[in-house]
Structures are given as C-alpha cells and as structure tokens.
Design a protein around this ligand. Structure first.
Ligand code: 5RP
Length: 232
C-alpha cells in the first residue's frame, strides 16, 4: 500500500464533511497536513473557514495557505476537529502523539462537536500498543514522574514496560507546551480507558496519547479506496 496515497485519500474524504463558515480543529502530522492544503484551496475559492491549530507547525502551515487562525477561548465553538492518529482500535480508541502534539490535539478534539480521524489503513489495529504510547510530562522532576509511571504501569500489568525520554539530535524533544514526551513501549493494551485514567492521575503527567471514547468517525484510506468506521 502507498501510505501517502492512503493519507491523501482519507483527507479528501474528510474534507467532504467541512461546510462553509465552520470553525475547524486542525490536526497535526502528515495526514492532517493534506487536509490543511485542501482547506487552503477552499479558502482561495472564497470559502470562509476558521481554524484552531493543534500545534505551532500546523499554525504556520494554515497561515501559509490562508486559513484564518483563531485562539480558542471559552466561547469558541469548534464545529469539527479533524486529525490523524498513530493507531486506531475496533472501538475507535486511539494512540496519538507521534508528532508530540497530543495535549493540544486532545483539548481541541474534546471541545469539538464532532471529531473525525483520518489515517492510512496501516493504522488500523486489533488492539492498541504496538506503537509506543506517548505521555507528556512536566520537565520539573521528570525522572521522578517516570519512576511513578513505571510503578503505575507495573501495577496495571505492564511489568515489561520500557519508557524512553523522546529526544532528537541528542536533545530532549520539547512540546509546544514546554513539556517532555515519554514514549512507553507497553505491548498490547486491552483496556485503554483505565490505563489513561491511571497515568493521568500521576503528578507530573500532563496528558497521555490515549484518546478513548472521543472519536465519532475514522476514515481509513488506501491506494484505491476509503473505508469509514463509525462509533457504536
Ligand atoms: C501528532 C499526532 C499525529 O496525528 C499522528 O502522529 C499521525 O501522524 P501522521 O499523520 O504523520 O501519520 O498524533 O501528535
């Protein structure tokens, strides 16, 4: 399968859900970038669209293609958020955060009236966990937070969990929120919601990349086609 073609097809299909005048949550990553390009074309055709970007990278991209950017406040209504994912299970639970944008992505998806995920078909899995789970933590006391995460994971049955501070070019990756990312190799995650709750309850943990019970629709693309999975 040509993954890039699958990503583009899923973005094209998702664009059909976008209506004139909407305020959109704009996701982060290579799949979401295809959608931003398509939306930019719409704006050039005269559509009025406003975007709440989920990362500084997406903000720059959206500005480049002419989409009006708005800063979210408590009155902001996000009609539709569209974002990529690293894994999608049969219940439409997700692992996200491969692009380190999981915090803003989760805030925006949670606030949106509708949340659509776009992905190439390789992201469809029978259970989450082959992709290491990203967890955003504060820089202060980070090693203590990792120790607490290890203990919590052990107590949740993940005895073999391997936790790694995400780094690029020898330096820790810093998120748009000024935090760090710990990538957790866990293996199969049977029950994502309790694991999300457990990790999120730890001091120092800002957010996890587990998105449970949030997704309305997933559009999977491949070389030839798209398929749609809907929340039960
Ligand atoms: C960024 C994300 C992305 O949506 C996820 O990593 C998928 O990226 P891509 O579309 O490039 O495969 O969660 O934090």
């Amino acid at each position: 399968m040509d993954k890039d073609l699958g990503k583009r097809r899923s973005a094209e299909e998702a664009a059909k859900y976008v209506e004139r005048g909407m305020t959109l949550g704009l996701g982060t990553g290579s799949t979401a970038a295809y959608l931003v390009d398509i939306l930019g074309e719409r704006v050039k055709e005269g559509w009025q669209l406003r975007g709440v970007p989920t990362s500084e990278e997406t903000r720059r991209h959206a500005e480049r293609v002419g989409i009006e950017i708005i800063e979210p406040d408590e009155t902001t209504q996000i009609d539709l958020a569209i974002d990529g994912a690293d894994e999608v299970d049969p219940n439409l639970n997700l692992i996200k955060g491969g692009g380190a944008a999981l915090l803003r992505e989760k805030i925006v998806a949670n606030a949106a009236k509708k949340f659509i995920v776009i992905a190439d078909k390789s992201k469809r899995v029978t259970a989450l966990g082959a992709f290491p789970l990203p967890v955003e933590i504060t820089p202060f006391g980070w090693a203590l937070t990792v120790r607490a995460m290890r203990e919590a994971l052990k107590a949740s049955g993940f005895e073999q969990a391997k936790l790694t501070l995400r780094a690029r070019d020898g330096a820790p990756v810093i998120t748009d929120g000024g935090n760090l990312i710990i990538d957790c190799e866990l293996g199969r995650i049977e029950n994502p919601a309790p694991l999300d709750a457990k990790l999120s309850s730890l001091p120092g943990v800002v957010e996890t990349g587990l998105f449970t019970d949030m997704t309305d629709l997933v559009i999977f693309g491949d070389d030839n086609d798209v398929s749609i999975a809907k929340a039960a």
